[in-house]
Write a protein that binds this ligand. Structure first.
Ligand SMILES: *Cc1c(COP(=O)(O)O)cnc(C)c1O
Length: 455
């Protein structure tokens, strides 16, 4: 007997008839690159409808920290689900949100005293940009309206976030819709001279940023940066000294500093927040991705009392920050975040990550000599391998050759999700990965890079 569901086309076919996927040329999926339908996840593993397993080496787009179907987080969300799924967050509050706000303020660099919730990373960037602009207006400096950004930066896809970002692939087509920003060169350490240290390169690359700050101080509201790693910009990394210099110059020229730790926060770079490595406190700290352990969309913007106080006044002055999202402070998402922060509090996550990061370095060390690898770079739990046509000249592969895609397909066949950015293969795994699983990943990456670069 045939069950009714047997008459339905496989999920992939149904999907292609109805769904439009993010960041995807849908034509790719019609023949060569079948969509993979996932049935369940457990720890670092995903399982498809046929029972094949894939090691999730990219934490499902950098969100997962403690594994899929993590029993602690799942139980916390289930408990919350039985109590309260959602309530309007204007005029009302609830324990999960207050707990998360208090915990974030406790954990974040000293001086951040207020937590504003939104529901994804791009929205957090919009909030920080609007708050900074509005702060200067409330403070009698309405001329400070422009934003300084770094080349090769990424801050999300909504129009404000896209405007302050700088990855041409995502941004250029929408240029007519975007506000004009001031762009400083990236401190990207990949561009350093042979023999130059990362620190001296980052110091040298700060000079043009300082000049821009000086020249535009009267009209600049804020500088926005991704601390230490430009993740979507091919995992390019720089030295913490850049952030120290930037903090000092922002103070000198009276410009806000927005730290977008949406990707690098929550232990990815080896410290809980990347700003810690420069011992700085930004005026705005944007968090999302790992905040809920990869369970539910939630973001937070932390800021100082100084910023908060500039909005605090009689209603009739119309100085308040009237930004909102329907699902602001969603209790389920906050319960997941509270449980995630609880894991950081109750287990030595950062210490264990140090060992895992050292293991990632050892497992991939031999790739540094590969004839088509220009650099293996690492910042804590982020490790990236830059594939090039020619190692000595660092001549890149033409993007049309899609070398990264070859690694992606190879990895899927061998049971791992490695999703290169262009020609950069990277690992950003959940923290519950084991050393043996790292060895497996390194082997899959090595054989994948061999296969992708052999012609
Ligand atoms: C992913 C990301 C964003 C955008 O977050 P979304 O939740 O995808 O909107 C912003 N900034 C950085 C640094 C990111 O990596």
């Amino acid at each position: 007997m045939t069950a009714p569901s047997d008459n339905l086309p496989p999920l992939g076919v149904r999907d292609l008839a109805a769904v439009w996927h993010p960041c995807t040329q849908m034509k790719d999926h019609e023949r060569e690159l079948p969509l993979i339908a996932i049935r369940r996840g457990q720890g670092v593993w995903l399982e498809d409808m046929e029972g094949r397993r894939y090691l999730d080496a990219i934490s499902s787009w950098w969100v997962n920290l403690f594994g899929h179907a993590n029993p602690v987080i799942s139980a916390a969300v289930a408990r919350q689900l039985a109590e309260l799924e959602h309530v309007i967050f204007a005029g009302f509050t609830h324990e999960p949100a207050v707990d998360v706000a208090e915990a974030l303020i406790r954990l974040a660099p000293p001086g951040l005293a207020r937590c504003f919730f939104a529901d994804n990373g791009s929205a957090a960037v919009e909030v920080a940009v609007k708050m900074s602009f509005h702060f200067w207006r409330n403070s009698g400096k309405p001329g400070k309206q422009r934003f300084i950004t770094l080349a090769n930066s990424y801050h999300g896809e909504t129009l404000g976030a896209l405007a302050v970002g700088n990855v041409a692939l995502y941004k250029d087509i929408y240029a007519p819709l975007l506000m004009d920003v001031i762009t400083a060169p990236s401190p990207d350490g990949y561009a350093r001279e042979p023999g130059e240290s990362a620190e001296s390169h980052s110091r040298r690359m700060f000079a043009p940023m300082r000049e821009l700050l000086e020249r535009h101080a009267h009209e600049a509201a804020a500088v926005i940066v991704e601390p230490l790693v430009q993740c979507a910009g091919s995992m390019r990394m720089y030295h913490p000294v850049y952030l120290r210099l930037l903090r000092a110059a922002c103070d000198e020229f009276n410009v806000h500093l927005i730290a977008d730790e949406i990707a690098v926060g929550f232990g990815r770079t080896g410290t809980l927040f990347a700003c810690e490595q420069a011992q700085i406190t930004p005026d705005f700290l944007c968090l999302s991705k790992g905040l809920t352990g990869g369970y539910l969309p939630l973001s937070a913007v932390l800021t100082t009392s100084t910023v908060y106080d500039a909005f605090y006044d009689e209603y009739t002055k119309l100085n308040a920050f009237l930004h909102s999202h329907s699902y602001t402070g969603n209790p389920l998402a906050c319960a997941a975040a509270r449980a995630t922060l609880g894991i950081f509090a109750s287990t030595p996550v950062i210490e264990r990550n140090r060992e895992l990061a050292a293991h990632m370095a050892r497992a991939t060390a031999s790739l540094a000599d590969h004839p088509h690898v220009a650099e293996v770079r690492q910042q804590g739990m982020i490790l990236a391998i830059e594939m090039v046509r020619q190692r000595s000249s660092r001549e890149p592969y033409d993007f049309r050759e899609r070398r990264g895609l070859k690694v992606y397909r190879h990895a899927l066949q061998r049971g791992a999700v490695l999703r290169p950015i262009g020609n950069v293969v990277y690992f950003m795994p959940p923290y519950v990965i084991t050393p043996e699983e790292i060895d497996l990943l390194a082997d899959i990456a090595r054989t994948g890079i061999d296969a992708a670069t052999c012609d």
